[in-house]
Design a protein around this ligand. Structure first.
Ligand SMILES: Nc1ncnc2c1ncn2[C@@H]1O[C@H](COP(=O)(O)OP(=O)(O)O)[C@@H](O)[C@H]1O
Ligand SMILES: *[C@@H]1O[C@H](CO)[C@@H](O)[C@H](O)[C@H]1NC(C)=O
Ligand SMILES: *[C@@H]1O[C@H](CO)[C@@H](O)[C@H](O)[C@H]1NC(C)=O
Length: 315
């Protein structure tokens, strides 16, 4: 099997309850309704790339339960190859219990379940598809051993490796960082990884410089409505410094998953239009992520190629 992009990552089902107010301990409240969403950073990023027209494969793990059955059915409705999505009886499929009140505040209980049972053996079983890909994307939502194994196989075979180091953990394994060509994080994650508080372009450049000392070749930091910054070793050495693209001004409806849309889009450009200049990849990925904040929900808000302006796909 030949794919453009392979994601070794997480599958999470969101159970989203809307309520007038949060229950206090011991209290029962009547909510407005329940919706079920499919997500996990890995799956969101993979679907974004697939919706843009990349051939994608997912390597992940679900439990042997109804939640897992539903997720698998949903994946079968996409173009994502799921030959390497396995099942386990040792843990439940991952779920996130999300409660949203009428002010839009949320409380989340996340059960990582089967995602954490991803093993080096699972990754080795998918080695051929990883080697065949142009780009590998990993996150911090599965076991670190599995992530490290995937990045190492990819790196040894000339596959471009992208690490979205979220959720961020301090003291991330140096071998995870130094096997990642591109580390892409948001402001909070950048601060956890580097110790540099980030709330704008100048801070992002400082944090990116620290990330480059941790072993990656390019650091990309997304800044929400302020766009995204990129810095790579070659431009740093050449003294040309960073690239910054601001985001288009829009009325954001739901920014959940914007970072995932950005990373899926960036992987698409790395795989399908590798010769585009870095700044142009950044600009187009930003434009696609901005489209995703205009609609509610995670998967439904990811724009498909047909819904986007054709100039985003000009060579
Ligand atoms: N309010 C917004 N207006 C326009 N674009 C946005 C907005 N929020 C996010 N984006 C787009 O999504 C990208 C990722 O958003 P960000 O909030 O940094 O990621 P995360 O979802 O990881 O917190 C940004 O670089 C930008 O392109
Ligand atoms: C960055 O992403 C994390 C999830 O990994 C999220 O909890 C956090 O709120 C995000 N930060 C910003 C500034 O959007
Ligand atoms: C990556 O980091 C590990 C652990 O610090 C080190 O042993 C290894 O030599 C490093 N590899 C590269 C390519 O820098």
């Amino acid at each position: 099997m030949l794919v453009d992009i392979v994601v070794v990552g997480s599958l999470v089902t969101d159970y989203i309850t809307r309520t007038p107010s949060f229950p206090r301990p011991g209290e029962t409240v009547f909510g407005h309704g329940l919706s079920i969403g499919f997500g996990g950073k890995g799956a969101n990023q993979c679907l974004m790339a697939a919706k843009l027209g990349a051939a994608t494969a997912f390597v992940g793990k679900l439990g042997h339960d109804a939640v897992g059955d539903n997720y698998l059915d949903e994946l079968k409705r996409t173009t994502i190859n799921i030959d390497h999505v396995t099942r386990t009886s040792l843990a439940q499929s991952a779920v996130a219990n999300v409660v949203v009140d009428d002010n839009g505040e949320n409380c989340i209980v996340n059960i990582p379940g089967s995602n954490r049972l991803m093993t080096v053996e699972d990754v080795n079983a998918a080695a051929e598809v990883i080697k065949s890909a142009k780009v590998l994307i990993c996150q911090n939502e599965i076991s670190f051993d599995a992530t490290k194994a995937a990045l190492t196989i990819a790196r040894q075979n000339g596959v471009v490796t992208v690490l979205n180091a979220g959720p961020a953990v301090p003291n991330l394994d140096p071998e995870i960082l130094n096997n990642s060509d591109i580390v892409c994080v948001n402001e909070t994650e950048a601060e956890v990884l580097t110790g540099v508080p980030v709330s704008g372009v100048a801070d992002a450049v400082s944090a990116a410089k620290v990330l480059l000392t941790q072993g990656c070749r390019e650091a990309v930091i997304t800044l929400g409505a302020k766009g995204a910054v990129s810095l790579d070793l070659t431009s740093l050495a050449a003294g040309t410094d960073h690239e910054w693209v601001p985001a288009e001004k829009v009325v954001a409806v739901d920014t959940t998953g914007a970072g995932d849309a950005f990373i899926g889009a960036m992987a698409f450009y790395l795989a399908k239009m590798p010769t585009l200049p870095t700044k142009e990849k950044l600009r187009r990925s930003c434009a696609i992520a901005t489209q995703s904040v205009l609609k509610p929900g995670a998967w439904l808000s990811l724009p498909a190629r047909e819904e986007l302006p054709s100039h985003l796909f000009d060579e």
